[in-house]
Design a protein around this ligand. Structure first.
Ligand code: A3S
Length: 429
């Protein structure tokens, strides 16, 4: 939609001749003082959302001017992409109603479909002439149709219409690891992806309009079009897209091999151009985890990648595989369990060594040994070391690995530290 605002001390008009076949409005004339005249060209694709945005702008401008009246004047000369008369008339009448509903001054609309003579005395102050343009934001085309229409016609698969693709179990695991734990995992993933893509620095971008399903595909494509080198964030750690030259699959499969088996390419066009989204199909819905629009590629949102990895691990668990995530991103990489108080000093020594190696380690000392071991399982801890009298005497650690459930092995402390070191680093270099 294109508009020309003129703040006029006087504006009068009268219909002269019909300009279209049986105009929807009868002939009329008008005479206004201290008014904001809005010459309006309704354009192809303008919907009521555009009309509402234009009216909001028009009313606030009339306020700012101290105008007493608004005259909405149909004007087919400000655009080369005019909407058809019927559609244009519908939008203009909606604007008149919206303006009347939101402004205490008087609102008029000049007759549609006529050639009209007018006289206009522009006041000439700095704000007395302004032009405006309102486009269709969020225009989304799917299989050649506006998205809403494609959905109505059943062209969008159900799993892409789910607003929240994470079931309670996925959310439970994420919350079990704790907010701090989740934040550590997001930062680890973000840093791995940033390093792997040679990204420098980070910047804030506007939050995508949606994150999941077909709406998320469109919203993330628009966000990707605006994203630049590096981490493009819009909220907490993990609410981010990372621009990449690489094929997203090269980045995503090392993070979670099975992730791509459950992902599907979805083609979507938005105001920013034609694009494709790689959508992970969770047990409940769909989460885009990489998007490509024109030449621009983004991997992310990082939060969706992490939750997809958890969903994927839980899907494995349905087949009897112990669910786990790459140790490199785990908030607790090593758990140390002293059998009793008197073993704590020895365990503290191992914890210090691990921390010096940059390993994320936590001592579990309260409660029975069995319940502590179960707790490390609930937290998906990759490596669990237990220390009792025998281990202190022989300078060893009794080790359980999440990747080898049911197996227990005694390692020298040095060997244990060596193994723990391998839990660090990036999965992508
Ligand atoms: O084009 C002939 C008349 O029909 C109306 N009209 C539109 N107005 C706004 N946006 C559109 N997309 C329109 N399509 C048709 C106008 O009333 C137009 N008349 N100022 C007069 C005389 O030119 C005029 O524009």
């Amino acid at each position: 939609m294109r508009l020309l605002y003129v703040h006029a001390s006087r504006f009068s008009y009268r219909t002269v001749k019909e300009a279209i076949e049986s105009p929807p409005d009868p002939p009329a004339s008008g005479d206004h003082e201290n008014c904001l005249v809005a010459f309006v060209s309704v354009e192809e694709g303008d919907d009521l959302g555009v009309a509402r945005r234009a009216v909001g702008d028009m009313v606030s401008h009339a306020e700012r001017l101290g105008a007493r009246e608004i005259v909405i004047y149909p004007y087919a000369h400000l655009s080369s992409e005019l909407a058809k008369p019927k559609e244009a008339h519908r939008v203009l009448t909606a604007m008149e109603e919206a303006a009347r509903a939101s402004w205490r001054g008087s609102v008029y609309r000049a007759p549609f479909g006529w050639y009209k003579a007018f006289e206009l005395s522009c006041l000439g102050h700095p704000l007395s002439e302004l032009s405006r343009q309102f486009g269709r934001e969020g225009l989304v085309i799917f299989q050649g149709l506006p998205l809403e229409e494609a959905i109505a016609k059943g062209l969008v698969e159900d799993w892409l219409l789910v607003k929240d693709p994470w079931d309670a179990e996925v959310k439970d695991v994420a919350s079990r690891l704790g907010a701090e734990g989740e934040r550590i995992m997001m930062l680890e993933l973000e840093n791995m992806l940033a390093m792997a893509t040679g990204a420098k620095g980070s910047r804030s971008i506007e939050a995508p309009k949606a994150l999941y399903g077909i709406w998320g595909a469109a919203g993330l494509l628009e966000a990707c079009a605006k994203a630049e080198e590096g981490i493009n964030g819009w909220g907490a750690a993990g609410d981010s897209l990372i621009v990449t030259q690489a094929e997203p699959s090269q980045l995503l499969s090392p993070l979670s091999p099975g992730l791509l088996e459950d992902a599907k390419e979805v083609a979507v066009s938005t105001g920013a151009g034609d694009g494709r989204a790689l959508v992970y199909r969770s047990r409940r819905g769909g989460a885009p985890i990489a998007v490509e629009i024109g030449k621009k590629r983004c991997v992310g949102p990082v939060r969706s990648i992490l939750l997809s990895m958890i969903d994927r691990a839980l899907r494995e668990a349905e087949k009897g595989v112990t669910p786990s995530l790459p140790p490199q991103i785990m908030p607790i990489q090593v758990a140390l369990l002293p059998v009793s108080e008197k073993h704590l000093a020895f365990v503290e020594g191992i914890r210090r060594s691990l921390r010096e190696l940059g390993v994320r380690v936590k001592i579990f000392s309260s409660g029975g040994l069995g319940s502590r071991i179960r707790e490390t399982g609930r937290l998906w801890v990759p490596l669990v070391g237990t220390v009792g009298d025998r281990e202190v005497e022989t300078n060893t650690v009794s080790v359980r690995r999440r990747s080898e459930p049911g197996k227990q092995e005694v390692l020298k402390v040095e060997e244990f530290l060596e193994e723990a070191k391998r839990l660090r680093g990036s999965l992508l270099v």
